[in-house]
Design a protein around this ligand. Structure first.
Ligand SMILES: Cc1ncc(COP(=O)(O)O)c(C=O)c1O
Length: 411
């Protein structure tokens, strides 16, 4: 029987059930049958407290509850309200004042930024370059628009950033394509927790600067977890480096409000460009607004109003930042516990710096994750290993996982 009855496949591989939701469903069934203390559901991509409840910044929640109908019921302009666009730049860049031409357009979350960049800076049939450990929706977003994903190895043999492979893959793709979109998810990458150091960044910038000036390169830094890596200013130190890129490379930031402001469900984000010329910046706005019109139209106004109101009130902004620090500290403590316990039991994990996830390289991730499920441990199998969501489990559960994984991998 043909796989599709009425629908057109259009080169897409559409599974019957999303892998992560499938695993989460099995975890919930086990919780219902055997009790929550028997289950570690480390699959969820949201920050939960030790009892498994969603953590929401109360200052953000209060701002939401105080909105007037006009601030959420009305359509927002296609590219976002002017005040939101300003506030989004402030949220993404913090104290940095760019030399170039900065513009922001509203998107429905960080995901919207990624679709936008694929649509506007690559051509059908192109390959989008990212790391071999990557967030799987990158593939969905690319294939949905008739593109595909190519990868370079994130780590070399010493588990350092693999600049040599980055350089080789950029050159190989630019030999075949006139333009190249690159997705780099940093700091605190999903799924490894790795953050490019400023040294790594200098290498990336030098590789991109060496390419043929006739080629067009769009460098998208996916900063979904930037505020969950550590000190918010320190983790923005790479931003000025982006302005050293030559004119044929356009750096952009995908800024998601989902994690930073715990607004996952409100679908709020902004794509930000740091262009060298006003023409490129204005073109960025024009093409992004056109794409928005033809896909999601305008983005929800509620999130935009919340962010605008937060940035209009210094005291409120300070409160949001302080509250975020508290939940970030809790997350990072879980990460350190996981690293510590892994070292103790001799489990090799990839270099974790911060963020929601850590990863364990292994040979047969699917088999390993099914085996772990029998012990009540639910992790996400990736192509090259297992992903652990530190965001969704307590520190005590983070400490329980490594020994169990070692046991299963030995089998
Ligand atoms: C790597 C990465 N990029 C982008 C996003 C976008 O998130 P959202 O569209 O919810 O803002 C996520 C969310 O999980 C992510 O993990």
């Amino acid at each position: 029987m043909a796989e599709y009855i009425m629908a057109a496949q259009n080169g897409r591989n559409i599974p019957m059930e999303d892998t992560i939701f499938g695993i989460s469903r099995r975890a919930n069934e086990m919780i219902a049958n055997e009790g929550a203390d028997k289950v570690i559901n480390a699959t969820i991509g949201a920050l939960l407290n030790d009892d498994g409840e969603l953590m929401v910044l109360s200052s953000v929640d209060e701002t939401f509850m105080g909105l007037e109908p006009i601030e959420y019921a009305q359509y927002a302009p296609i590219g976002g309200t002017p005040a939101f666009r300003k506030a989004a730049i402030k949220a993404a860049l913090k104290n940095y004042e760019p030399k170039g031409f900065v513009r922001a357009v509203a998107t429905p979350g960080g995901t919207g930024c990624l679709s936008d960049v694929v649509a506007n800076y690559s051509c059908p049939g192109d390959k989008i370059l990212t790391t071999d450990w990557f967030w799987s929706p990158y593939n969905t977003i690319a294939t949905q628009q008739g593109r595909s994903i190519a990868t370079f190895q994130l780590f070399d043999e010493e588990r350092k950033f693999n600049l040599a492979d980055f350089s080789a893959q950029v050159a190989a793709l630019l030999a075949e394509q006139d333009r190249l979109v690159i997705f780099l998810n940093t700091p605190a990458q999903n799924p490894t927790g790795y953050s490019l150091t400023d040294e790594d960044w200098k290498g990336v910038i030098s590789v991109l600067s060496e390419q043929d000036a006739d080629k067009r390169i769009a460098l998208l830094v996916d900063t979904a977890y930037i505020d969950f890596a550590g000190d918010e200013d320190e983790y923005r130190s790479f931003i000025p480096l982006l302005e050293e890129l030559p004119a044929n490379v356009l750096p952009m930031l995908a800024f998601s409000m989902s994690k930073t402001f715990t607004l996952y469900g409100l679908r709020c984000g902004a794509l930000i460009c740091l262009a060298q010329s006003e023409e490129v910046a204005d073109e960025f706005v024009r093409v992004c607004e056109f794409f928005a019109r033809g896909s999601w139209s305008n983005s929800p106004k509620a999130g935009q109003s919340i962010i605008t109101n937060i940035f209009a009130d210094e005291e409120l902004l300070a409160k949001v930042t302080e509250e975020r620090k508290e939940i970030r500290d809790l997350l990072l403590a879980r990460g350190r516990a996981f690293e510590e316990e892994s070292a103790k039991v001799g489990l090799e994990i990839l270099p974790y710096d911060g963020g929601f996830f850590a990863s364990i390289p292994c040979d047969d991730p699917k088999a390993a994750s099914l085996e772990l499920e029998k012990d009540g441990i639910f992790l996400v199998p990736l192509a090259k290993g297992l992903r652990v969501s530190l965001a969704s489990i307590s520190e005590e559960k983070c400490r329980r996982i490594p020994a169990k994984v070692v046991e299963v991998l030995k089998k």
